[in-house]
Design a protein around this ligand. Structure first.
Ligand SMILES: *Cc1c(COP(=O)(O)O)cnc(C)c1O
Length: 361
């Protein structure tokens, strides 16, 4: 009989080396770790969703082109008529599609460090070479280092989140545009946190054929539905569409998202409330003078604290889950990231953190 394969015989070595993306259990906890919108929908809107869900033709495959949903998205988000849209099961799937499409042998996917970890992970999944150019200490783009890396590696794809995750800041738009003009490949600007920032590259799309804009509805309050989109010149999107699985956006997601878009004012008001809470939390954190707090244009705040891992653990023991980024990257030494929650959640977080800091002195 032939020897049967073990995983180590047939799984690619770079996959064997990976650790699965860890999502910590959060049942019963104050959950401030994943950049979710903490508010639910108003009751009237919930009822409308219930009705649409009840009537949704879930015995049928979804519309593979999601024509109605795309046209609603175009209107609501102000996407130019000349630009096609491709939808993903979350923007994570779009990153994966782009990586699969561009993963020629030796092809480079370039981003910054620290950045959204999925850029690096998906590059590995797709067998691309990943290059991460360090940000400056204040988390701004290092223009010289970026241009040098572009020159050296000639990346097929550059991913930049605007605002950046996990740092929360917006990069300098002029430097972004300089990068877009300098690179031979495509640049995907990932505006996952657009609802909390007053900036976008949407007006640059027509002028820059190598620029693509990615958005998601996750941070705006629909994380559970899984819907992301990318727009840009059709020459690129036509190729990516070939890789997208035909039914990647479910019937329920298509129908419920359309209702949500009809009531986009509700979600935008929630985003405004999150910005108010962000300002309050930023002031409270800054007032704790042992912390270094980084300004944020997103729905989370990054801060540095002595003994970050211990503080993170103690918060967790007290039922508050945030994100520990200590040891994620040299620039994130002793850094924690907290998602902005409701007034009550934030107050509990602040009070608990304050107590922990007091205990230690
Ligand atoms: C959260 C996040 C995403 C993922 O969004 P989904 O649409 O939920 O997959 C993409 N990019 C950045 C920078 C994020 O922070």
């Amino acid at each position: 009989m032939m020897h049967s394969y073990q995983p180590t015989d047939i799984i690619r070595p770079e996959i064997l080396e990976l650790k699965a993306y860890h999502v910590p259990p959060a049942t019963g906890m104050i959950k401030l770790d994943a950049m979710e919108n903490p508010y639910t929908l108003p009751e009237a809107l919930q009822s409308e969703v219930a009705q649409i869900a009840a009537l949704a033709p879930i015995n049928r495959y979804p519309d593979p082109n999601a024509t109605e949903l795309k046209s609603a998205l175009r209107q609501t988000l102000g996407i130019p008529e000349s630009m096609p849209i491709m939808l993903g099961n979350g923007s994570d799937e779009i990153i994966q599609i782009i990586a699969m499409a561009t993963a020629k042998p030796g092809a480079v996917l370039l981003s910054v460090e620290p950045a959204f970890v999925m850029f690096r992970m998906i590059a590995t999944f797709a067998n691309m070479r990943y290059v991460g150019v360090p940000l400056k200490r204040d988390f701004s783009l290092d223009a010289d280092a970026m241009l040098k890396a572009i020159e050296q590696h000639k990346p097929a794809v550059i991913f930049l989140a605007y605002p950046n995750n996990p740092t929360g800041n917006l990069f300098d738009k002029d430097v972004l545009m300089q990068i877009i003009r300098a690179t031979p490949g495509i640049v995907i600007i990932d505006e996952a946190y657009h609802a909390f920032a007053d900036a976008s590259v949407i007006d640059e799309l027509e002028q820059h054929p190598n620029l693509l804009l990615m958005r998601t509805l996750s941070k705006l309050g629909l994380a559970g539905l899984r819907l992301g989109l990318i727009t840009g010149h059709s020459a690129w999107l036509n190729e990516f569409e070939k890789i997208r699985l035909p039914y990647n956006v479910s019937v329920l997601t298509q129908h419920i998202t359309q209702i949500a878009l009809r009531h986009i004012d509700v979600l935008l008001r929630q985003a405004e409330q999150i910005k108010v809470e962000r300002a309050r939390m930023y002031a409270q954190l800054t007032a704790m003078n042992t912390l270094e707090v980084f300004p944020s244009d997103a729905n989370f705040i990054l801060f540095r604290v002595n003994h970050a891992t211990r503080i993170f653990q103690m918060l967790k023991e007290k039922g508050i889950l945030i994100k520990n980024l200590d040891s994620a990257h040299a620039l994130l030494d002793n850094c924690l990231r907290v998602t902005v929650g409701t007034f009550e959640e934030n107050a509990q977080f602040i009070a608990t953190l304050q107590n922990l800091l007091n205990e230690k002195h």
